[in-house]
Design a binder for this molecule. Structure first.
Ligand code: F6R
Length: 243
């Protein structure tokens, strides 16, 4: 648990943890996330790579999720997001990057994600954001959660939150392929970064008690032996977290 002065500092800490994993094992597998939260983290990785401080030449990556129905050349797809916000700007071999596919045979795609997570070793580090309702990946708050990669129906609140990236809210896909809880928890270490008052209730559930509930999927991180949550002081106060 790390409380920083600012979101900027949180992103710096997360970038340092990612780089430490890569320095310790240049062939590390990294689990990556999309969304607004990791953008400054990726910018730091790009800066450090361009400055010659870190190389991703042998790194492998696997992403958490992808919208159903969008192909990788669609600017709203998570493949496009990863290419343009990270992969195209660092020295990674793109053939070693994997973003789930939300097109074609979805059941086969789900099996492929779980294989990618586990083949030749599980991720050294899985980076996560968190949804306003506590979702991680696209595992939405519900009575039942899934352990393996599956197709998830996005909730109204997630569609509304993600509409900011689309021209019209009707354009937001309503389904996504996402790693399940055990695929996420398989990583050797987990780093979750959160900022903003909208995340306060989810963060309270994650940090302020010892309960695990499917109604806040992030609470399952309490079962992981090496999960680090990084929030800024403003979010800690909003969540009622006492350091
Ligand atoms: C993205 C993902 C989601 C986001 C979450 C927060 O790959 O899996 O769980 O991390 O929706 O999104 P932002 O960072 O945009 O608030």
């Amino acid at each position: 648990m790390i409380v920083t002065k600012s979101y900027e500092d949180s992103c710096q800490r997360a970038a340092e943890l990612i780089e430490a994993a890569v320095l310790a094992n240049p062939q590390a597998k990294l689990g990556l996330a999309t969304g607004g939260t990791p953008l400054p983290i990726y910018r730091r990785l790009i800066e450090d790579c361009k400055a010659g401080k870190i190389s991703f030449a042998k790194v492998r990556t696997v992403n958490l999720d992808e919208y159903c129905g969008l192909n990788g050349s669609n600017t709203q797809s998570y493949r496009w997001f990863m290419d343009h916000n990270l992969f195209n700007e660092i020295d990674i071999d793109k053939t070693n990057t994997y973003v789930p596919s939300g097109l074609g045979d979805l059941a086969a795609n789900c099996r492929e994600v779980d294989k990618k997570v586990r083949e030749n070793g599980v991720p050294e580090l899985q980076l996560l954001g968190i949804g306003n309702n506590g979702h991680i990946g696209f595992n939405e708050a519900a009575d039942l959660l899934h352990t393996e990669t599956h197709i998830e129906q996005l909730t109204e609140s997630t569609i509304a939150a993600n509409a900011r990236f689309f021209d019209k809210s009707e354009d937001v896909p309503t389904q996504a392929i996402t790693m399940g809880l055990s695929s996420i928890l398989a990583a050797k270490s987990i780093v979750l970064v959160a900022t903003g008052a909208a995340k306060a209730a989810a963060i309270r559930g994650l940090l302020c008690n010892d309960e695990v509930t499917t109604q806040n999927p992030s609470t399952f991180l309490k079962l992981h032996p090496n999960a680090t949550v990084i929030i800024d002081a403003a979010l800690a106060t909003a969540a009622g977290y006492e350091n």
